[in-house]
Structures are given as C-alpha cells and as structure tokens.
Design a protein around this ligand. Structure first.
Ligand SMILES: [Zn+2]
Length: 310
C-alpha cells in the first residue's frame, strides 16, 4: 500500500517537486533549476539527491510521478519532442528516473498532469467530462473523459494550443501558422497591447519590457487599452473553447496558467464568444472557470497519476 509519492514537474527553467500523500496532501515542496542544457541524466541525479535527503523521513514513499513539458508516450515513459527541453528529446525518461530513484516511475505530459490534479482535487472535482487549458508562454491542454485521462493513440492528444484558429495567422512555436497559442499566448497578448495605435508614449516601452501581468494590472487600474487587449484575447480564446466544446461536449472547462491571472478580463469575453460558436443551445451548459491549483497542479497530478498506476 503506497502512502506517499514523489511528485516532479519538469519545465524548461525550473523543476518543482514535492512529497505527496495518497490523498493529495503536500508534505514537502521545493523548486530547483532545470539546467536543461545539461541533459536529463543530470536533472535526474539532482532530483535523486533531493529525494535521498528526505526519504528516511518518509518511508511510505512507494513511487514517483514525473510530469514533463513535451510529447510523451506515457506507456513507455518516452519523451519524443519538447520545444522547452531540446536537449532531452528522444529520451527514455522513465528508465533514467526509475534507475536513479529506485522507484516505480510514471512519466506524463505536464499539462495532462495539471488537468488530472484539477480533475481529482481542484476546479474539475465535481465533473467527469473535463478539459483543462493552461495559458502562459505556451498554451497546453488536458482532457478527462468519463473520469479517465484521454491520451490519444500515441499519448499526444490534447494539444489544444495548436488547434488552428487563423490559417494565415502569426507563426507558432510549433512552426505552423495561426495556432491558438500564437494568438493567445503571453507574447501575443503583449503584441496586441503594444500594437494599439492610440497608445501614449509613456507606455511605448518595447517588447520584453512589458509582461502580461503588467497588462492585466494596468487593465485592473482602468487602462482601457490594456482592457481591450485582454478582451480581444478572450474573444479568440472563446473560438478555441467552442471548438473543444463542439467536439468533446465537456461539462466544465478550466483555464489555468500564468495568463489566467487576468481572470474574467479574458474569461468573460471568452465565454460570450464561445457561446456564439456553439452548435446549439444544447451545449450552452458548458461552464468555463478558472483553475484552482496554480503552479502546484502539475507535480500534484504527476504524483496522483503514479499512484493510480501503482
Ligand atoms: Zn502551434
């Protein structure tokens, strides 16, 4: 009987990790640098270090769940593609981590992990047909159908950020044009704000100086241009949500990630546009809500998915 799980969330910059009880309680959590360019074996060694210092205190740890950004075959624990971790691709992460940690290990896409945590103990806990979207630098997704994580044929499902909204739109990180991510990701929101014509000089500081957080704080303080940039972003997001709703008929869609800190300034126009594009009133009950677990969702979900398997 597994009492505790090591949960790990590997991103391009940071690794979040923690020790989680079988009912989802966090007993320890920490963050270390990924040092992605040094490769997965180096990261695994440092995670092992972290774990060894603590495992004496928590003898109930029986498995580890690893969440990682990228296209992952969860059955094999294999990472095929990851724009954030280019040195890590084509790697058998499951084997590397299992050997290092001497534990049974699962490896899963980080947003699938976040969706699973939101489904089990966050915004989606009362629904069985649930979609979670993360808005940030990238736009990711996770899908729960009838209480099970939907991974698709090879484990690559739920790339919600790469649905094409505008075929001749801006180039996306994936190389295609007009993906949802290229239109509502953080860089697109900053662009949208900066491109507004009547912007006074006082706000004309260039790209890289303004973050999405600055924009929603400005909007909250009454800056109409910032509010308009967020509203337009929400309208585009709403088209993406309508596509999801028309295909999957979910009960609930949760929106998380850094950009979602703007709350209803993006979500309310998104709800309105989504409803305009639903195929009929029959789908209108689908609710769009903020995610609840913040940046803890991925390592929590990774741990809970490992528990599910072992
Ligand atoms: Zn794309």
């Amino acid at each position: 009987m597994i009492e505790m799980i090591l949960g790990v969330d590997i991103g391009g910059t940071n690794i979040k990790l923690g020790i989680i009880t079988s009912d989802g309680g966090i007993v320890e959590e920490d963050m270390i640098y990924t040092d992605a360019e040094k490769g997965p074996a180096y990261a695994a060694a440092r995670i092992e270090d972290w774990y060894r210092k603590r495992k004496g205190d928590y003898p109930g740890i029986g498995c580890a769940g690893i969440g990682c950004a990228g296209l992952i075959d969860a059955e094999k624990g294999f990472l095929y593609y990851s724009p954030n971790l280019p040195e890590w691709v084509d790697t058998d992460l499951g084997r590397i981590f299992a050997e290092r940690l001497d534990l049974p290990v699962t490896v899963e896409n980080d947003v699938n992990c976040a969706a699973w945590a939101e489904y089990k103990m966050g915004s989606g806990r009362d629904s069985r047909y649930f979609v979670c979207i993360t808005l940030g630098t990238g736009v990711g997704g996770g899908i729960v159908i009838d209480g099970r994580l939907y991974r698709g044929w090879r484990g690559f499902a739920a790339e919600i950020g790469h649905q094409v909204i505008m075929a001749d739109g801006p180039v996306c990180s994936c190389g295609n044009r007009g993906c949802l991510e290229a239109l509502v990701g953080a860089a697109a929101i900053v662009d949208r704000y900066l491109k507004q014509d009547d912007r006074p000089d006082s706000q004309s500081s260039g790209k890289g100086k303004i973050s999405v957080k600055d924009i929603y704080e400005a909007a909250g303080a009454g800056d109409q241009r910032a509010a308009k940039a967020l509203e337009e972003t929400g309208k585009i997001l709403g088209i993406g949500l309508a596509n999801i709703a028309n295909i999957l008929d979910p009960e609930l869609i949760a929106v998380g990630g850094g950009v979602s800190g703007s709350g209803d300034m993006i979500l309310e126009p998104a709800r309105i546009t989504m409803k305009e594009h639903l195929i009929g009133d029959i789908l209108s009950p689908v609710r769009v809500v903020p995610a609840e677990l913040g940046n803890k969702a991925s390592f929590l979900g990774a741990a809970l998915l490992a528990l599910e398997k072992y």
